[in-house]
Design a protein around this ligand. Structure first.
Ligand code: URP
Ligand code: ZN
Ligand code: ZN
Length: 459
């Protein structure tokens, strides 16, 4: 394997910002210091290259902790599969994603995990998984199934408080408590999609309005998020087990999290760029279907509350919930009950976050925490991922903070053919993405190889 020397960059991790060189050997960070050179005795041992990173930020590879590449759902499949997902991720400086393994009908958790791992063989960036635990497959053997999952390097579980018709919902409080108690026993983390199902079903049963994209926001209100967080939080408290709230979308959700923290519960909060920067007015336009996801976009006041929460350090992770459908798939329905839910986002994650912290005078190290170090720590893949430490995987995003550009449908790489952030003026652009010492994207050209991504076990 070759040697790569990154010269004169500004290295930023969660702890420090320093002007230094970084030497990569055998896929790992070999040394960090000033005036580094390619070691003489290794010059003949394969390819050597030097990257001049003057004026650039050298960041740990970005981790998108919430993706749905190749998600088979509602009789179709998301348009960004494992090859396309890896490619667009590389353009965004993302070197690891945490995707999901569904709990498949007729399969136990281990079989479901194995099924997903087999599907993911074409990944060109690294990945680990959250394992779904769904109501349709919940039974008394869950505890021993979880033990086997843990042996395979899976320590994060995904549950839903909604989607009763698909069988995802675990309805019974005793089952939920049992799950949290098992998670506590095994040191696993429960990640929850929080929308209180009885409220949503009630609203839908009594709904007299139309089913336009804009109605999606009314049928799945912020109060349902708050109530579900309260419910899961009370169970987590009873089990004395932390809770990870995925894609928190509202001030109401944030307030529920604050209440739980006051009661002493450890709550990890994830939000997404769309809940930070887009609001529900997008749903009223002629292409409103393009902006339908679950939970729905909220009010500007919710955007502001979430942005403030980031600035106050109340949010631990920003991830994208990348779940992309083509424009044609999205626009094939204008009925919010049948529009395929989800939007693209992995590629836009770092540019959007950098623009936000730049505008708000926030420390770059805080951004690194939100989109690299914290997900690595919370999901058990740190310091291999999410750090710039000697001896760890050389996953790096070289970022030019001075480039200004505008997000357009034509300059992102998702097969969806659109970016929900069209027209956003962005500060900074990823110049080079390096995965375990290999350049997978440089100056707009992709070099990733399907199959070269690795599963990263959680510890
Ligand atoms: O609409 C969305 N978010 N689709 C992906 C699945 C989920 O609930 O995260
Ligand atoms: Zn969700
Ligand atoms: Zn999701």
């Amino acid at each position: 394997m070759g040697i790569l020397l990154i010269k004169n960059g500004l290295l930023v991790d969660d702890k420090a910002t320093k002007q230094a060189d970084l030497l990569i050997q055998d896929g790992r960070i070999a040394s960090i210091g000033t005036n580094l050179t390619i070691p003489q005795k290794t010059e003949s041992l394969g390819s050597t290259s030097v990257i001049d990173a003057s004026g650039m930020l050298v960041l740990p590879g970005i981790i998108d902790a919430h993706t749905h590449y190749h998600l088979v759902s509602r009789g179709t499949v998301t348009c960004d599969g494992f090859k396309a997902g890896s490619r667009l991720a590389a353009f965004g400086g993302v070197t690891t994603v945490i995707d999901f393994a569904d709990h498949n009908r007729g399969q136990d958790l281990l079989q479901s995990l194995q099924f997903r791992l087999n599907e993911m063989k074409d990944m060109a960036i690294d990945y680990t998984l959250h394992q779904g635990v769904y109501g349709h497959g919940y039974n008394s053997t869950i505890g021993s199934q979880l033990e086997k999952l843990k042996e395979q390097g899976i320590k994060t579980l995904k549950i839903f408080t909604t989607y009763r018709n698909t069988g995802y919902l675990i309805e019974n409080r005793e089952d939920l408590l049992d799950l949290f108690q098992n998670a506590k026993r095994l040191g696993m983390l429960v990640c929850a999609h929080c929308e209180f199902n009885p409220m949503i079903e009630d609203l839908s049963d009594n709904w007299k309005g139309n089913f336009s994209p804009a109605s999606h926001a009314l049928l799945r209100p912020a109060e349902a998020e708050g109530k579900a967080i309260e419910l899961f939080g009370s169970i987590a408290l009873q089990a004395d087990c932390p809770l990870y709230v995925v894609h928190c979308s509202s001030e109401c959700g944030l307030n529920a999290i604050r209440d739980l923290r006051k009661k002493g519960l450890k709550v990890y909060t994830e939000t997404t760029p769309h809940y930070l920067f887009l609001d529900k007015s997008k749903l009223s336009g002629p292409d409103g279907s393009l902006y339908v996801m679950t939970p729905p976009l909220r009010d500007k006041t919710d955007n502001n509350a979430l942005q403030q929460a980031i600035l106050q350090g109340e949010v631990q992770v920003v991830a994208t919930d990348h779940c992309a459908f083509t424009r044609e798939q999205k626009l094939s329905s204008s009925d919010c009950r049948t529009i395929y839910p989800g939007i693209p986002g992995t590629e836009e994650l770092l540019p959007l976050l950098y623009t936000f912290i730049d505008q708000n005078g926030m420390d770059i190290r805080e951004m690194v925490k939100l989109i690299s170090t914290n997900p690595a720590k919370i999901f058990g893949i740190y310091p291999q991922k999410g750090s710039l430490e000697v001896g760890t995987d050389a996953d790096i995003a070289i970022f030019d903070p001075f480039q200004r550009w505008t997000l357009e449908d034509s300059n992102i790489h998702s097969a969806s053919g659109y970016t929900p952030y069209r027209g956003f003026t962005i500060s900074g652009k990823v110049r080079t993405t390096i995965l375990r010492g290999n350049i997978i994207m440089d100056n707009g050209t992709y070099y990733g190889k399907p199959g070269s991504g690795r599963f990263i076990p959680q510890h």
